[in-house]
Write a protein that binds this ligand. Structure first.
Ligand code: ATP
Length: 647
C-alpha cells in the first residue's frame, strides 16, 4: 500500500492469482470502465508531469541563471512561471484522479455489498446457525471495505510507480547516459537489500507469531481453573513458571530482532539516499575530466533531483506481487460467499399460491429430518437407519425427526407437546421451509411446500416465536412489518385485537415511540402482544405459535392469552404449547418424544391413555381435571387412575 512499501506481511497466506479470478475481478469493474480509463489517463499525466520540474531546473541553471553576461530574466520568468504552474496543474489533476478512483472504488463496493447482502438474505437458516455472526459481518464490512484501497492504493500505486520509473529513467537518459548508468547500477544492490530484509523480516515475524501463540497457549492451559488445579495438585508451579519465563524471554528477543531488522533497513536506505548525490558528483567529475560530454551544472542538479524520485516507486514495485496477491485474496473471500449455493430455492415446478384461496390443511408425511446435512446429501431412496454406532460403540441417534406423520385440518388448533429436545420446534421450521426434509414431505392443502413459490409460502404462514424480535424503530414500523400496506385504522384494529393499543397510547410518542434493541423497553408480555398484533396485520392462513416458556405475571399472561384466542380463530394454528389453556383448547394434541410422534388425540383421550402426555401433564399442571393424587398416580374425574410412569 502506498507509503508502506517497507511493510511485509507477517504471515502471508497467499496463493497464486488464477486467470479465472482475475477475469472475474475485471468483470466487476466493467460497468465503470470509462472512469477506470479516466483514472489511468490521469495517473499517466500526473506521474509523467513529475519529470518536468527537474528538467526545468536544468534550464534555469544553464540557460537563465548562470550565463555569461548575467541572468536572462525574461527566460527565468517563463521558467519560474512554468515551475509554479506544473505542480499546481498536477495537483489539481491529482484531486480529480482521487475523486474518480474513489467513485469507482465506492461504486464497486456498493455493488459487492448489495449482492452479498441479497445473497445472504436468501441463505438457508442452516448457514446462519453454523456460522459465527462476526464472520458474516466481517466479510460484509472488512473484506468489501478493503476493495476501496485496492483501487486507490494497489492498482493506482502500481500504475503510477510504473509511469514514474519509466518517465524518470527516460529523463535521466536525456540528461546524461553516463550518470544514468551509475544510477541504475546501484539498483541491483537496492533490490538485493529489499529482498533480503523482506525475507528476514517475514521469517522473524512468523517465528514471533508462533512464539506469541505458544505463550498464550501456556497461559490459557495453566491459568485456567483445571490447569491451576493440576499444577497445584502436582506441585508443578515452579516448573510452569520456569517454562513461561523461558518462552517469554524468547519472545522478547525475537521482538527486539524484528525491530532491529526494520531499523537497520531504514538506516541503510537513508544512507543510500544521502550518498547517491555524492557519487553522482564524483562520476560527473570523471566525465568532465574525460572531455565533459556536454555535462553542465544544471544537468547535475537536475539529475540528482530526478534520481531521488526513483527509490520510492521502485520499492513499491518490489512489493507488487505481495500486494496483488493480498488484493486477490480479498476478492476471493468475497467470491467465496457469493458462490455459496442456496439450499432452499424455488424448484422448477414451484408456483405462486393465492393466500386467499388457501384452506390451511397442513400435513407431514413420513418426514425424516436431520440438521447436520443438507437434503441433497442424503440419498432419499436409501433405507434410513435411526441410529448408527458412535466411536464409543454406543448407538448415536442420527435423525432429529424420524418418520413423523401429522395432519391438521383447516381451521384446527393443533398443540405440539413433548419433552425438551423432542423436535417440536423442528417440525414448525419445516412448514415454512426454513429447512427441507430429507425424506417424506410437508404439504399445505395437499401441495408439497417445495412446489409453492417461497414468496407466497411466506405470505401463507405467520409465526409468533418465543423470543419477540423488535427492530430498533417505531411501534408503527414494527407492526407494519406484518403488512406494509396496512392503513392506520387496520393498524389500530390489530393493536386492539392484541390488547396492546391502550398500552401503546400511553407511550411517550404513541405509535411513533421507538422500541426494539435500544429503544423503549417493553415488558415481555407487551412484546408478545406486539408480536401478536404484527401477525394479526399479516392475517396468515396458517399460524405457527411457539408459546413463551418464560413466565409472565398472571395479568400479563391473561392479556396474552386473550390476545391469542381471536388470532387463532378462523385459521389453522400449530402451537408449541406450554400453557394449559392452549392445550385444553386444542382440537388435536400431538405428543412428541425423541423425534417421533408417540401419541395423539384430545386432552381427555390422552389422559385416559395414561402415557407420556399424562405424565407430562402430571408434572407440569397438577390441576384441571385431576380429582385426587395418590402415591401411585392420579385419579381422574372419570374415575380412571393414571399411574405415574416411573411408579
Ligand atoms: P424445546 O422444547 O426444548 O424447545 P424442541 O422439542 O422444540 O425442544 P427442537 O428444538 O426441535 O426441540 O430440537 C430437536 C433436536 O434437534 C434437539 O436434540 C436439538 O439439540 C437439535 N437441534 C435443534 N436445532 C439444531 C441445529 N440448528 N443444529 C443441530 N441440531 C439442532
Amino acid at each position: 500500500m502506498r507509503g508502506h512499501f517497507f511493510h511485509f506481511e507477517a504471515d502471508a497466506d497467499l496463493r497464486p492469482v488464477t486467470r479465472a479470478s482475475l477475469r472475474r475481478v475485471v468483470s466487476i469493474f466493467r460497468p465503470y470502465r470509462r472512469r477506470v480509463v479516466g483514472v489511468g489517463l490521469l495517473i499517466l499525466v500526473t506521474s509523467g508531469l513529475g519529470v518536468i520540474n527537474p528538467l526545468l531546473i536544468k534550464v534555469a541553471f544553464d540557460d537563465a541563471l548562470f550565463v555569461p553576461g548575467g541572468p536572462r530574466m525574461a527566460l527565468l520568468y517563463v521558467v519560474v512561471a512554468l515551475m509554479v504552474a506544473v505542480p499546481v496543474i498536477s495537483g489539481l489533476l491529482g484531486i480529480w484522479q482521487t475523486y474518480l478512483s474513489n467513485i469507482v472504488g465506492q461504486r464497486v463496493m456498493q455493488d459487492l455489498r448489495n449482492s452479498l447482502y441479497a445473497h445472504l438474505q436468501r441463505m438457508q437458516l442452516r448457514f446462519f446457525t453454523s456460522t459465527r455472526t462476526g464472520e458474516i459481518q466481517s466479510r460484509l464490512s472488512n473484506d468489501v471495505g478493503g476493495v476501496q484501497s485496492v483501487v486507490t492504493d494497489t492498482a493506482s500505486g502500481v500504475l503510477s510507480s510504473l509511469v514514474i520509473v519509466i518517465s524518470t529513467v527516460v529523463a535521466m537518459l536525456l540528461l546524461s547516459w553516463q550518470l544514468t548508468l551509475l544510477s541504475l547500477g546501484t539498483l541491483p544492490f537496492f533490490f538485493w537489500l529489499t529482498q533480503r530484509v523482506g525475507r528476514a523480516r517475514r521469517e522473524v515475524a512468523a517465528v514471533t507469531q508462533r512464539s506469541m501463540a505458544d505463550l498464550s497457549a501456556i497461559t490459557e492451559e495453566t491459568l485456567s481453573v483445571s490447569g491451576i488445579l493440576l499444577s497445584k495438585a502436582f506441585g508443578r508451579q515452579r516448573h510452569e513458571t520456569e517454562r513461561f519465563r523461558r518462552e517469554n524471554e524468547r519472545l522478547a528477543g525475537l521482538q527486539i530482532r524484528q525491530q532491529m531488522i526494520g531499523r537497520s533497513f531504514f538506516a541503510t536506505i537513508q544512507i543510500f539516499f544521502s550518498i547517491t548525490p555524492a557519487l553522482v558528483y564524483l562520476v560527473a567529475g570523471f566525465v568532465l575530466q574525460g572531455g565533459g560530454g556536454g555535462l553542465t551544472a544544471g544537468d547535475i542538479v537536475a539529475f540528482t533531483t530526478l534520481q531521488s524520485r526513483l527509490f520510492f516507486p521502485i520499492g513499491q514495485m518490489l512489493q507488487v506481487s505481495v500486494e496483488v496477491q493480498s488484493a486477490m485474496a480479498l476478492f476471493e473471500r468475497i467470491f467465496e460467499y457469493l458462490d455459496m449455493p442456496h439450499e432452499i430455492t424455488d424448484g422448477p415446478g414451484a408456483r405462486r399460491v393465492d393466500p386467499a384461496g388457501v384452506r390451511g390443511e397442513v400435513r407431514l408425511r413420513d418426514v425424516w429430518f436431520r440438521y447436520d446435512r443438507p437434503p441433497e446429501e442424503v440419498d432419499g431412496r436409501a433405507p434410513v437407519s435411526p441410529a448408527e454406532d458412535g466411536d464409543d460403540g454406543r448407538q448415536r441417534r442420527l435423525w432429529t425427526l424420524e418418520g413423523v406423520d401429522l395432519e391438521v385440518a383447516p381451521g384446527q388448533l393443533a398443540a405440539l407437546v413433548g419433552p425438551s429436545g423432542a423436535g417440536k420446534t423442528t417440525v414448525t421450521y419445516l412448514i415454512p421451509r426454513f429447512y427441507d426434509v430429507q425424506r417424506g414431505s410437508v404439504e399445505i392443502d395437499g401441495i408439497d411446500v417445495r412446489d409453492i413459490a417461497l414468496e407466497s409460502l411466506g405470505e401463507i404462514i405467520g409465526m409468533v416465536t418465543q423470543e419477540t424480535y423488535l427492530f430498533h424503530s417505531s411501534v408503527r414500523e414494527n407492526l407494519l412489518y406484518g403488512n406494509p400496506d396496512a392503513t392506520d385504522e387496520q393498524l389500530e384494529a390489530a393493536a386492539r385485537a392484541a390488547f396492546i393499543h391502550d398500552r401503546i397510547m400511553e407511550l411517550p410518542e404513541g405509535y411513533d415511540t421507538v422500541v426494539g434493541e435500544r429503544g423503549y423497553k417493553m415488558s415481555g408480555g407487551e412484546k408478545q402482544r406486539l408480536a401478536i398484533a404484527r401477525v394479526v396485520l399479516k392475517d396468515p392462513r396458517i399460524l405457527i405459535l411457539d408459546e413463551a416458556t418464560s413466565s409472565l405475571d398472571s395479568t400479563s399472561e391473561r392479556l396474552v392469552q386473550e390476545a391469542l384466542q381471536p388470532l387463532m380463530e378462523g385459521r389453522t394454528t400449530i402451537a408449541i404449547a406450554h400453557r394449559l389453556s392452549t392445550i385444553l383448547a386444542a382440537d388435536v394434541i400431538f405428543v412428541m418424544d425423541r423425534g417421533r410422534i408417540v401419541e395423539q388425540g384430545s386432552h381427555e383421550e390422552l389422559l385416559e391413555h395414561g402415557g407420556l402426555y399424562a405424565h407430562l401433564y402430571l408434572q407440569q399442571f397438577k390441576g384441571g381435571t385431576i380429582e385426587a393424587e395418590t402415591a401411585d398416580g392420579v385419579v381422574l374425574s372419570s374415575g380412571r387412575v393414571v399411574p405415574r410412569p416411573n411408579a
